[in-house]
Design a protein around this ligand. Structure first.
Ligand code: GLN
Length: 397
C-alpha cells in the first residue's frame, strides 16, 4: 500500500446512496419503508412462471451479448404499440438494469471534457457516472412546485455541451414533462447538435389519464436519442435488473454495444424470456397497472391530507412529495427523515439528496407502491408524529 487514499476521487468521499442508507435504517429499526422505490407485491405470476420455467428448462449459458432476439424484438414492438416509435430489434441492447444502460451510454459516448446537461433534482447515479466517464456535468436547477423547464434555464449550456441526460417522467417530483417542454428540449438538442440520453424508466407509471411521450418521437430526435427503459419498473420486479437502451444511428449503437460488452456483457437469459413475454401483454394490462398505482397514490395522499400534511401533485412514478413547512413542520428534509424513521417508524427520502448543490430542503419523497394496509399504517404513524411535533413546537392548530 502506498499510504495515499485509495479510490478514484469521484468515489472517495461519496456516501452510500440515500436509498440504501434509508433502506438499511428501515431494516435496522423495523420501520415501514416508504423510502427506496420498490413495490411490496411478488410481481405478475405469469411473468414469474416464465422466468422460473426458463431457468429449469431452457439455456442458462451466455445469451447473445446484445440480448435475446426475442427480447430485442419485444422491446421494439412494445414501443411501436405504446409510443408509436419505429425502432427495429437491431436498435435495442439489453442491459442489466437501466443504471447499467445509463453507465454504458455515458462511457460509450462522452469524451474527456464534454459537457452533459442535467436537470436537478436528478437521480443520484447521474453525476458520478458523468464524471467517471470524463464528462463535466452542467446542472440546470429546477424549482418547486412547478419544476418547469424554460428556455432561460437551458442557457447553462455552453459550446462544449454535447449531451442532455434527462429523466421523464421524473423521479422524485412525479412530473410528466409537458408538450411545450418536450418541444423546447427537442429544438434545443437539434439546434445545439446534442445527443439526448433519456432515462424513461417510469414511462408506464403515469396517472390521471396522462401518457408518457418520448423525446425520441419529437422532430429531429430519432437520430440523436438514446432511450433507456426498465423491466423492473414496468413489471414491479425491481430486483431483476433487466433494462435496455435503444439507439437508431449505427455508429451510436455500435459504441453502446462496445461499452455494454465490458460492463456486464449479458443479462440472465431466463429473465429476458420472461420480460419478452411481459412486454407483449395486451395494452389494457398496462392500463390496469397504472390504475392500481394511481389508487395507491390516492390512498396515501388522501390519508396524509386528512392528517394535515400538504403534498405536491404527483402525476407519475411511485412517489409523492410532502411539503414540510406547508404541513406546519419546522424541520428540514434530512432532519424530518431522520426523525420519522426512528420516532415514527417510517422511512422516506429527503429531496435534497437529488441536488448536487443549492438543494431544495423542504420536501420529502414518499413511495406509495405498497399494500393498502401498509400505506394506512404509515399514514397513522405520520399523522401521530405530526400531531406531536406541531403541538410540541407551539405551532398547533
Ligand atoms: N430508483 C429507486 C428510487 O428512486 C432507487 C434505486 C436504487 O436504490 N438504486 O428509489
Amino acid at each position: 500500500m502506498t499510504g495515499a487514499a485509495l479510490g478514484h476521487p469521484v468515489y472517495r468521499d461519496m456516501p452510500t446512496t440515500i436509498f440504501e442508507q434509508m433502506s438499511a435504517l428501515a431494516r435496522e429499526t423495523g420501520a415501514i419503508n416508504l423510502g427506496q422505490g420498490f413495490p411490496d407485491t411478488p410481481g405478475p405470476a405469469d411473468i414469474l412462471n416464465v422466468a422460473a420455467d426458463a431457468l429449469l428448462s431452457r439455456s442458462n449459458q451466455y445469451p447473445p451479448m446484445a440480448g435475446l432476439p426475442e427480447l430485442r424484438a419485444a422491446v421494439a414492438s412494445h414501443y411501436a404499440a405504446h409510443q408509436g416509435l419505429a425502432l427495429t430489434p437491431q436498435d435495442v441492447i439489453v442491459t442489466s438494469g437501466a443504471t447499467e444502460a445509463i453507465a454504458a451510454t455515458l462511457l460509450a459516448l462522452v469524451q474527456p471534457g464534454d459537457e452533459v446537461l442535467v436537470l436537478a433534482p436528478l437521480y443520484d447515479a447521474y453525476l458520478p457516472l458523468i464524471e467517471r466517464a470524463g464528462g463535466v456535468a452542467k446542472v440546470v436547477r429546477l424549482t418547486p412546485p412547478e419544476w418547469r423547464i424554460t428556455q432561460a434555464a437551458l442557457a447553462a449550456a455552453s459550446p462544449r455541451t454535447r449531451f442532455l441526460l434527462m429523466n421523464n417522467p421524473v423521479n422524485p417530483t412525479g412530473i410528466v414533462l409537458r408538450d411545450g417542454e418536450l418541444a423546447l428540449l427537442a429544438r434545443f438538442c437539434v439546434d445545439r447538435d446534442l445527443i439526448a440520453i433519456c432515462d424513461e424508466v417510469w414511462e408506464h407509471l403515469t396517472f390521471d389519464g396522462l401518457r408518457h411521450r418520448p423525446l425520441m418521437a419529437q422532430p429531429g430526435m430519432g437520430e440523436r436519442t438514446v432511450k433507456i427503459g426498465s423491466a423492473g419498473k414496468i413489471f414491479s420486479l425491481t430486483g431483476w435488473k433487466v433494462g435496455w437502451m435503444c439507439a437508431a444511428p449505427a455508429d451510436c449503437h455500435a459504441a453502446l454495444a462496445r461499452a455494454h460488452q465490458f460492463l456486464t456483457f449479458t443479462t440472465p437469459p431466463n429473465l429476458q424470456w420472461a420480460v419478452a413475454k411481459g412486454l407483449a401483454k395486451p395494452v389494457e394490462w398496462f392500463g390496469a397497472i397504472r390504475a392500481d398505482y394511481q389508487a395507491s397514490r390516492d390512498r396515501l395522499v388522501t390519508g396524509l391530507r386528512a392528517a394535515g400534511f400538504v403534498l405536491l401533485p404527483s402525476q407519475a412514478t411511485w412517489f409523492v412529495c410532502v411539503d414540510l413547512p406547508a404541513s406546519g413542520i419546522a424541520m428540514d428534509d434530512r432532519e424530518f427523515c431522520e426523525r420519522i424513521v426512528r420516532d415514527a417508524g417510517v422511512a422516506a427520502i429527503p429531496i435534497s439528496a437529488f441536488y448536487p448543490d443549492e438543494p431544495v430542503t423542504h420536501l420529502v419523497r414518499l413511495c406509495f407502491s405498497k399494500a393498502d394496509a401498509v400505506l394506512d399504517e404509515a399514514v397513522a404513524r405520520l399523522a401521530d408524529f405530526r400531531r406531536r411535533v406541531v403541538a410540541g413546537s407551539g405551532e398547533g392548530r
